[in-house]
Each structure stands twice: as C-alpha cells, then as structure tokens.
Design a binder for this molecule. Structure first.
Ligand code: HEM
Length: 411
C-alpha cells in the first residue's frame, strides 16, 4: 500500500473499520461474531487504543517479530498508575525483551519442560478428585466456584515446594495483586502493595531455604539452572516465582471454566471424552482454540515498523486477536464447529500466544487441563447446565465464568 510518491502509507491513514465503545456492550459471543464478519474482509481494524490484527498469519508473524514489544510493561502507565511503589518493581519476564529475555528463557526452559509438568500429574489428579468429592454426592455444583477457582493454587504451592498449609496465603496474594486490573487503584493500592511485599518476603525465604536444602521442585530447579556459568540472581528468582503465580493462576481456572461451559453446551462431546479419555490432549487444544480464556494480547512498535506496505510509527499500540486467529477458516476447517475429534491442525491454536513470549507454563497448563477434564468427564458424565452462566465482565483480560451452575447424577 503506497501513496503516489511511492512511500508506504501510515497505518493512521488507512481506511479501515473502527471498533467503537459500542463493541463493549456486546456479549463475548456477539463480539466474536462481529469481529469474524470484519475479519473476512480486513486483516486490521481500528479500536480506541490503536489497532487490532485479526488473521492467523498476521497475528503469528507480528508476535514473532522482535521489533514489536510486549505492552504488558506499559499497562500501569496506560492505566494512569504513577505510584513508584507499584511502578518500580523489577520487570517481569513478560515485559522483558531482546537479550535480557533470551537469557531468562534459556535459564528457566528446562524447569518448565513437559517432563517437569508430567511429574505433577498424580498430584493434579488428587486435587481434582478432592474438589469433586464434596459435590459428587449432591448432584449439583457451581463448577466455577467449587472446582475451577480453587484448582490451580495447590498445584502452584506444590510446584514451588511450599507447604499446602500456606495455600490460602497464595490465593489471597494472587487475588490482591490482580486488583491492579480493577481500575480502582485509590482503594486497592494498599492491599496490592502489602500483597507484593508479603509475597516478596515469603518467596525470598523459600529461595534461601532451597539454596541450603534443594528439593524436587521448581524453585530448586531454577536455583540450579545454569548456562555457560550464568545463573539467575536472587531478584530474578523472586520475579520468576511471582510471574508464575500471576500468569499461572487465573489463566488456568478461567480456561477450565470456559472449557466446561463449552462441554455443558455440547453433551455429546462430553460423553465422547468420558468414553475415550485418550481424546483429552485433543480436547484441550480444541477447547482452547474454540473458547480461549486469553482472547488477545497487546504489543507496541519499539521503532517505526513497515508491515504489509503499511508503516506503524514507533509507539503504535496493536492488539493481536488470538480468538479471531483461532477461528481463521484458512487455517482451521469449519472453525465455528466445536469438535474434540478434529485432526490436529498443521498450525497450533494460539491461546498460549506465539513467538518469544509463548506461554512458559504451556506444558504445565496442558497437563492441568487434561487431568481435570478427564477426571470430571469420568466422574460427572451426564453433567448439564442447571441455570444461567454468569460471565466475568467482557472487558477483563482473562475471561471466564463467574458462576457455572450444573447438575448431574449424584454418586
Ligand atoms: C490455560 C492456561 C494458560 C493460558 C491460556 C496462558 C496463556 C499465556 C499467553 C497467551 C502468554 C503470552 C502473552 C503475550 O504474548 O503477551 C503467556 C505467557 C506466560 N505464561 Fe501462560 N498461560 C496459561 C498458564 C500458565 C501457567 C500454568 C504458567 C506457569 C506455570 C504460565 C506462565 C507464563 C509465563 C511465565 C509467561 C511469560 C512468558 C514470557 O514472557 O516469556 N502460564 N501465557
């Protein structure tokens, strides 16, 4: 796309549809359909913050282009947060770029391997079974509250080698730190800072204990991780643990909630999974493709970037719609159909992202989803909706059901 002088057009001069505030009034399903209709004609649309990219190939190409930086680093600034107690924290791995990021990923990669995740599968099964036990006899549950919400915390405790008695502490810290996204900083600031300080101290102590007495856990693995004589510093170890707690909790519980809401609406698929548990890995990819909890992510141009003959000036914000890319008909046959027997596509579903920030916990997350869905399908094979699902606000970054009432034959 060039002008008469042969220079590439600025993205700000493109004539593309604009997503106005009215989109925020739509339900998630309506918004997905609306964007899909736009995506059939446009690879890019404009929104209130910048632009949104809709096609699978464009989304993956941009996520793999290191000139686009993760806008997570800019979230506090974008939310008008100026408080140094919140701003001046060591940057998270999600906000790191370039050599700094490459080094961190190199040092921690082994600790997050599929093999490390598999070691926790028996524990995951124990957790799911213990959460199902009290509701199984009643024949009714609010699955979002009774199962999805508590599920990830004991697993994170086990991953860190922290005692299960401290489970409530982790749950409260995660809840309080997430208040940063509540748009109510004046009221929440004290709780956020207190939670961050307490977590720093707790993790710092745990690291010191693991240095003297290594164990079979993530913290010990990260302490021992070494590459060419290089190791993570104490501050980096604390940052990694906090990133895992923050990135691995709400995502896991909400993805499970999204997936279960989908199965509740497709009982024949749930029955298939109950009868053929070997379908679990495919079921997880398909639920995440069809209804991922992370609908998109955000990048900004670290320099002027030319892409598809369009110039994105340095600083331009773009949203990458993972949800739309996951419904791209040029990649997925019949994308609007939910089918857990679907042949694995050549290209992966994108709910774990792509490129250098691809989810570090993907192996663990896959194991968590596979174990939970397999056991629930086996123990609650005739699960069906027993009321209206109450959804989280459609604006939240990690979306899912707040309440998911179901009934099933008591056992
Ligand atoms: C179903 C559950 C999960 C989903 C859908 C998910 C999704 C994602 C996505 C989309 C990203 C990339 C974000 C971006 O590019 O802006 C990401 C990054 C990350 N995730 Fe996950 N995640 C899940 C579970 C987990 C778990 C269980 C852990 C930890 C054990 C984890 C740790 C991380 C970390 C540390 C990053 C940052 C990686 C980096 O910047 O290099 N995630 N996740």
């Amino acid at each position: 796309m060039t002008d008469t002088a042969g220079t590439a057009t600025s993205v700000f001069d493109l004539d593309v549809p604009v997503l106005g505030p009215e989109v925020l009034e739509l339900s998630r399903a309506e918004a997905t359909d609306h964007l899909r209709a736009l995506a059939s004609e446009h690879w890019i649309v404009r929104n209130l913050m910048g632009f949104v990219i809709l096609d699978y190939d464009d989304v993956t190409k941009i996520l793999r282009d290191k000139r686009w930086h993760n806008a997570v680093a800019k979230i506090p600034e974008m939310m008008g947060i100026t408080d140094p107690a919140i701003l001046n924290r060591p940057p998270s791995i999600l906000a790191a770029e370039g050599d700094v990021h490459t080094r961190l990923r190199r040092l921690v990669a082994k600790a997050f391997s599929p093999r490390s995740a598999d070691r926790l599968r028996p524990f995951m099964r124990e957790v799911v079974n213990e959460l199902i036990d009290p509701v199984a006899a009643t024949g009714r549950a609010d699955i979002a509250v009774d199962i999805c919400e508590p599920y990830p915390i004991p697993i994170i405790c086990e991953l860190f080698g922290a005692p299960q008695e401290d489970l409530q502490l982790f749950s409260d810290w995660a809840t309080d730190i997430f208040r940063i996204f509540n748009n109510n900083l004046a009221e929440d600031k004290a709780a956020i800072i207190r939670a961050q300080d307490e977590l720093d101290t707790y993790i710092g102590d745990l690291i010191e204990r693991r240095r003297s007495t290594p164990s079979d856990d993530l913290i010990s693995a990260m302490i021992q991780a070494e590459s060419d004589g290089d190791r993570l510093s104490h501050a980096e170890l604390v940052m990694m643990c906090e990133a895992v707690l923050m990135a691995g909790t709400d995502t896991t519980r909400n993805q499970l909630g999204c997936s279960l809401s989908l199965f509740a609406a497709h009982p024949e698929q749930w029955k298939l999974l109950a009868d053929q548990p070997e379908l679990a890995p495919r079921a997880v990819e398909e639920t995440m493709r069809f209804f991922g909890t992370v609908r998109g992510t955000v990048r900004f141009a670290s320099e002027d970037i030319e892409y598809r003959d369009v110039v994105f000036p340095a600083g331009t914000f773009i949203g990458l719609s993972l949800a739309q890319a996951n419904r791209d008909p040029s990649i997925f046959d019949g994308p609007a159909e939910f089918d857990i027997t679907r042949d694995p596509p050549d290209k992966p579903q994108l709910t774990f992202g792509s490129g250098i920030h691809y989810c570090l916990g993907a192996a663990l997350a896959r194991a968590e989803q596979q174990e939970a869905l397999t056991i629930m399908a086996k123990r609650l094979p005739d699960l069906e909706l027993a009321g209206e699902i109450v959804w989280k606000p459609s604006t939240v970054r990690i979306f899912g059901p707040e309440h998911l009432p179901v009934r099933f034959t008591p056992t």
